[in-house]
Design a protein around this ligand. Structure first.
Ligand code: ADP
Length: 762
């Protein structure tokens, strides 16, 4: 058992390596976790087999274990290379197939090692060496072994170069552990080279498996102590690769340390090698270069505000945030790139919709208020030029002969040349033909093949697109709306809807104005007619009343009581007719705007007294009771004495007419703030709520339930309302059917300064 200490030299590392492999296996989902586990398992296997080859005392047994240890040996080189890739952050740059392919040459070598007895290409000679306390094999290495060695060293050397580069590029905070990793890689390489070149350890054996364990333990310590692999768990790849956003990690010098697949695409930069290169040089050909350079050159202390970079097809949002270590030292920065083309497109679409709504709103407002066709079309055309971004807007109306009369031709600077012209018959029929189907049509003026003088004229003014929309009324085109722009426009659904809506608004407004104008004309005719007729009726009626009075006074001899009574009724009827004619005449004057009323301070009690005086005979005749209720301190009002009397006489005569027999009439006046309310209350038939507003319209009367006719034409209240309105007041009624009505007029109180002045004048 002299070999036991030597067995232990390898068995203990085998156990340690197994333990470490188990620990690492638990972390296999971290980046590099699997090759690391495999490396530790390979080391454990190598040490175990080596220990067993020492422990075995037979030549065949030692040979068996010595060959079997190659299972571990061949894995060392490729595993190291993969660990170096994982550590340096290059892991995801290497395709999975390549990662597996790295092992293939070594697996081929392993086949040669395990089948050496068949070909002796691994070890060409093997003899027993008994110079040591244990059985040892003295071998001559064959070509397969050297192939494996070269390949293993190639892997190690590549791994070491990667680690050296990573160590050189590592920011200061990572520098220390990157050097530890490098040392870990170099230890077994140096040891193995020393062994192969003949340098011996005290126990005269290969120290590589032990050195490898030391190296692996050091690497493990480094990664776990500094949580290197923890920083990049397996999920990281998924997360970063699965991010719809682009992500670039820059080190403190602005070199790319990490970049995901979307970043180059979003930035519009060439595919290629980015790691370790300066981002500023990579974005030289990016369409967003200027914005990106500006962002990268701005020193950032906290997360930067997102910068939107746009070109004609794409929009990206870029944010730069500094990366800080736990100690608050800025170790680099993170560039997040997001494709916001859709969002920007949606925002632009929304802005377009809002602009369209605003345009429609402005047009609708002027369409509703305009009272004249040319003013309406002019306003609308200018609104479209200013808010709708069309350089030229023309609106023409089509007459029965299918001619187009251009009512307005507006440009941003004034009026176009089409204004007040009639487009030639040929051009008009061509235009009408185009809009006959009722839908707006967009014409690209540049593409017109037909020699159209209008199109040529517009083109000469630098206009590119012409949008024609019909103004349809009663299934046929009543007019045409033409919008021209110097841009080449396209017919989007929004534009189509907008133009249709504008066309409808214009058409509706045109119809409204036409109706309004017709009503105005009819009104003017009616007023003129009424004025003429009433004037012509008044003259003979005055003569009739004059002669009747003459007869009654007995100028032509004494009259019998019967004739006197007849004359009395004749006079009464003539006076009623006269009053009616006067009302009609007055009303027509008002309608024609010929009414002028002088406003002056008016004392209400005096007016009421006059009115009562005039109406007293009728009150008495109808056996009604009259109450007058006017406070002595009532202020003067702003009114016209004669016109106020006229209104009160009208109200009082209605209160008499519509009262019940022996009913009551109350005339009241009271102050209500800045107003004086004069009211006339009766205890008559009353007015139904539905009729209370209507009776103030001209020629409106309420039908009496009992079919009884009460004289009048329905003009008194209409005239009264206009007169009161002219005096700056209001007139109204409160009534309960069957109980009576109260008509009231509110007129403004004379301001204090004017009252004093008036009193001083007196
Ligand atoms: P007119 O008295 O000549 O018919 P008005 O304009 O003065 O015309 O009155 C319009 C209608 O209002 C009257 O026909 C009547 O139906 C109703 N009206 C006016 N005053 C009263 C009232 N005091 N009581 C009931 N109905 C009234």
């Amino acid at each position: 058992m002299a070999s036991l200490p030597f067995v232990m030299i390898y068995l203990i590392p085998a156990i340690i390596a197994t333990g470490l492999a188990i620990v690492m296996w638990q972390r296999r989902y971290y980046r590099g976790g699997r090759p690391f586990t495999l490396l530790l398992a390979a080391i454990a296997w190598w040490n175990l087999c080596h220990a067993l080859s020492i422990a075995d005392t037979t030549f065949e047994g030692t040979l068996f274990w010595s060959l079997l240890q190659n299972v571990g040996i061949v894995l060392i080189g490729p595993c190291w290379l993969l660990i170096a890739l994982a550590y340096s952050g290059e892991w995801w740059r290497v395709d999975r197939r390549i990662r597996r392919g790295i092992f293939i040459p070594e697996l081929i070598a392993l086949i040669f090692a395990l089948t050496n007895n068949l070909h002796y290409l691994w070890w060409s000679t093997v003899v027993a060496d008994t110079s040591r306390p244990f059985l040892w094999l003295s071998v001559t290495r064959g070509p397969a072994f050297w192939f494996h060695s070269m390949y293993a060293y190639l892997c190690l050397a590549t791994g070491i170069i990667i680690l050296i580069r990573a160590s050189a590029q590592a920011p200061p905070v990572h520098r220390y552990h990157s050097r530890l990793m490098l040392a870990a890689a170099l230890i077994p390489a140096v040891g193995n080279i020393a062994f192969l070149s003949g340098l011996k350890v005290p126990w005269n054996d290969d120290p590589t498996p032990i050195l490898l364990l030391i190296s692996a333990a050091l690497a493990m310590y480094t990664t776990m102590r500094y949580q290197l692999f923890d920083l990049a768990p397996l999920a990281e790849q998924e997360v970063i690769a699965g991010l719809p956003d682009g992500l670039i990690v820059l080190d403190s010098r602005g070199l790319v340390a990490e970049i995901n697949q979307h970043a180059p695409r979003l930035l519009g930069i060439q595919q290629g090698r980015w790691i370790g290169r300066s981002l500023t040089s990579l974005i030289v050909n990016s369409p967003f270069e200027r914005d990106l350079q500006r962002l990268l050159n701005t020193p950032v202390s906290g997360p930067s505000r997102p910068v939107i970079c746009e070109n004609s097809t794409q929009a990206i949002e870029v944010r730069l945030r500094p990366l800080q270590s736990a100690a608050g030292i800025t170790t680099g920065s993170l560039l997040l790139i997001r494709d916001v083309s859709e969002r920007i497109r949606a925002e632009q679409e929304r802005a377009r919709h809002i602009a369209a709504l605003r345009l429609i709103n402005s047009i609708a407002r002027s369409a509703n208020t305009a009272q004249e066709t040319s003013t309406l079309l002019k306003t609308i055309a200018h609104i479209i030029v200013q808010e709708g971004h069309w350089e030229r807007v023309a609106i023409g109306l089509i007459d029965n002969a299918q001619h187009i009369h251009v009512v307005i031709d507006a440009t941003a600077t004034g009026c176009g040349r089409l204004h007040d012209q009639i487009i030639s018959a040929a051009a008009a029929s061509a235009l009408i033909e185009r809009i006959q189907h009722g839908r707006p049509e967009l014409i690209n003026l540049g593409e017109l093949t037909v020699e159209d003088p209008l199109a040529i004229a517009l083109q000469q003014e630098g206009l590119q697109s012409l949008l024609l929309a019909p103004l349809r009324h009663d299934q046929h085109a009543a007019g045409i709306l033409g919008l021209a722009s110097s841009e080449t426009k396209s017919m989007t659904p929004t534009l189509t809807e907008l133009v249709i809506a504008i066309g409808e608004l214009i058409t509706d407004a045109l119809i409204r104005i036409r109706l309004y104008e017709e009503v105005q004309r009819a009104d003017r005719l009616k007023t003129g007619f009424l004025a003429t007729v009433s004037h012509e009726l008044r003259t003979p009626l005055t003569t009739i009343i004059g002669y009747t009075d003459m007869l009654r006074r007995g100028v032509l001899g004494d009259l019998s009581p019967e004739i006197q009574e007849t004359l009395h009724y004749m006079r009464q009827a003539s006076l009623n007719l006269m009053r009616l004619i006067s009302d009609i005449l007055e009303f027509s004057r008002m309608e024609a705007g010929q009414l002028t009323i002088d406003i002056e301070p008016v004392p209400v009690p005096v007016i009421v007294q006059n009115v009562v005086g005039q109406m007293q005979p009728q009150i008495r005749e109808h056996q009604l009771h009259l109450m007058v209720n006017i406070p002595p301190d009532l202020p003067m009002i702003q009114a016209n004495a004669g016109r106020l009397e006229q209104v009160l006489i009208n109200l009082l005569s209605n209160a008499i007419k519509f009262n019940r027999p022996q009913g009551l009439i109350e005339i009241k006046a009271e102050t209500r703030g800045e107003w004086v309310r004069i009211s006339v209350r009766d205890t008559g038939i009353g007015i139904a709520p539905a009729d209370q507003e209507r009776i103030f319209e001209e020629f409106e009367r309420v039908k009496q339930k009992n079919g009884q006719t009460i004289s009048g034409v329905g003009l008194g209240l209409a005239i009264s309302r206009r007169l009161i309105q002219h005096m700056g007041g209001k007139i109204g009624v409160e009534s309960t059917p069957g109980e009576g009505s109260t008509f009231f007029c509110d007129l403004p109180v004379v301001p204090v300064s004017r009252t004093i002045g008036a009193q001083a004048d007196v």
